[in-house]
Design a protein around this ligand. Structure first.
Ligand code: NAP
Length: 306
C-alpha cells in the first residue's frame, strides 16, 4: 500500500512562476492588535518557512476594525521593514462590500484593487483573488478587468474563491492568461471540494487550490466531548487516533489530510499565536497512509465508502 508523502518543497501557483511554501499564513484574524504584535506574527510565519501571505480588503471587520484594517496593518509592517517584501508572495482579495454584498464589476473591482495596493503600500499584488462570486457580473467583463489589472502591473496573477466548478469554467472561457489558483474551504471537516468538481478542475486545468480554514476555524481543535455535532466529534476522535499512531499533533494530522490530496493544495492557516504558526509546519513531516486518509474522509462523510 503506497503512503501519501507530502512534498515539502515550494509549490508553484498554477502555471505561474510564483513558488510558495505548502503552508500559507492567513490574515483574516490579523487586525485588532498593534504593530508590534503584527510584526511578531509575520516574523514567526517567515521564520517557520511560510512565504505566502493571504489577506483581503474586508479582513478586520469581524474584530470591529474598519474595512481595510488587516491590509492597512500589514502595510505598516511592510513599510517599516521593506526587506520583508522580497521574502513573501502577497495575496489579497476584493469584491465583497458588506451590505451589498458582492460587486465584481469592472469599475468597482478596479477601485478595490487600487485601494488594496494603497493600504498594503506595495506596487503589485502577487495574487489577486475575487473573494466571492458576483452573480451580476458577466465572466467576460471579469476576465477583462483581471487581465487589464495584470497588464498594468497592478497584479501579477489572479484567482477565484468560493465559486462553483461551473463559475470557474465560465471565467476560463474568456481568459487569455490562465488563472493560478482557486480558494475553497477545505479541511477534514469541510470535504466538499474533494467531490464537487473544484479540486478535479484544479487538476484538469493546472490551478493550485488554496485551502481556507484548514482547521475548520479552530473547531477541529475542540475536545471531542465539546463538539456540537457527531460528525465533528467523530473527525476529532479519528484525528487523535492517527496523531497517536504517527506521534504527531492533531493539528499536524488535520493539515496533512489537506496537503496530501493529489491536487497539491496549500493550507492557509489562521492562527494568531506565533508558537502555533510554527507548530503547523510539523504537518510536512507526517506521511499518512491511504487507509489513514480514507479513515478521516469517512469520519467526515459520516458513512463508510462502498
Ligand atoms: P484555521 O487555521 O482553520 O483556524 C484558525 C483558528 O483556530 C484561530 O482562531 C486559532 O486561534 C484557532 N486554533 C485553536 N487551536 C489551534 C491550534 N492548536 N493550532 C492552530 N490554530 C488553533 O484558519 P482560519 O483562521 O479560519 O482561516 C485561515 C485563513 O483562510 C484566513 O486567515 C484567510 O486568509 C482564509 N480564509 C478565506 C476565506 C474566503 O472566503 N476565501 C474565508 C475564511 C478564511 P489562535 O489564533 O488563538 O491560535
Amino acid at each position: 500500500m503506497s503512503d501519501l508523502m507530502i512534498d515539502k518543497g515550494k509549490r508553484q501557483l498554477g502555471p505561474s512562476d510564483l513558488k510558495v511554501s505548502p503552508i500559507a499564513y492567513g490574515m483574516w484574524r490579523f487586525a485588532g492588535e498593534g504593530e508590534i504584535e503584527a510584526n511578531a506574527k509575520v516574523e514567526s510565519a517567515l521564520d517557520a518557512g511560510i512565504t505566502l501571505f493571504d489577506t483581503a480588503d474586508v479582513y478586520g471587520l469581524d474584530s470591529d476594525a474598519p474595512f481595510g484594517a488587516a491590509e492597512e496593518l500589514f502595510g505598516h509592517v511592510l513599510k517599516a521593514r521593506p526587506a520583508l517584501r522580497d521574502q513573501m508572495v502577497i495575496a489579497s482579495k476584493g469584491g465583497i462590500i458588506p451590505g451589498t454584498p458582492y460587486d465584481s464589476s469592472a469599475k468597482y473591482l478596479r477601485e478595490a484593487c487600487e485601494a488594496s495596493l494603497k493600504r498594503l503600500q506595495i506596487e503589485t499584488i502577487d495574487l489577486y483573488q475575487v473573494h466571492r462570486p458576483d452573480l451580476l457580473t458577466h465572466p467576460a467583463e471579469l476576465a477583462d478587468t483581471l487581465q487589464s489589472l495584470r497588464k498594468e502591473g497592478k497584479i501579477r496573477e489572479y484567482g477565484l474563491s468560493n465559486v462553483t466548478a461551473h463559475q470557474i469554467a465560465a471565467l476560463q472561457a474568456h481568459l487569455d492568461h490562465p488563472m493560478a489558483t482557486q480558494q475553497p474551504e477545505l479541511s477534514a471537516l469541510a470535504i466538499e471540494p474533494v467531490t464537487d468538481g473544484i479540486l478535479d478542475l484544479c487538476m484538469a486545468t493546472n490551478m493550485t487550490p488554496l485551502a481556507w480554514s484548514p482547521l475548520a476555524g479552530g473547531r477541529l481543535m475542540l475536545h471531542a466531548s465539546e463538539a456540537p455535532t457527531s460528525q465533528l466529534s467523530d473527525v476529532i476522535t479519528m484525528l487523535d487516533k492517527l496523531a497517536d499512531k504517527h506521534a504527531a499533533s492533531r493539528t499536524a494530522i488535520a493539515l496533512a489530510f489537506v496537503l496530501a490530496h493529489p491536487s497539491q493544495p496549500i493550507a492557509i492557516i489562521g492562527s494568531q499565536t506565533p508558537a502555533r504558526i510554527a507548530d503547523a509546519m510539523s504537518a510536512l513531516d507526517v506521511t499518512l497512509s491511504r487507509q489513514d486518509w480514507y479513515a478521516i474522509y469517512e469520519a467526515a462523510l459520516g458513512a463508510p465508502l462502498p
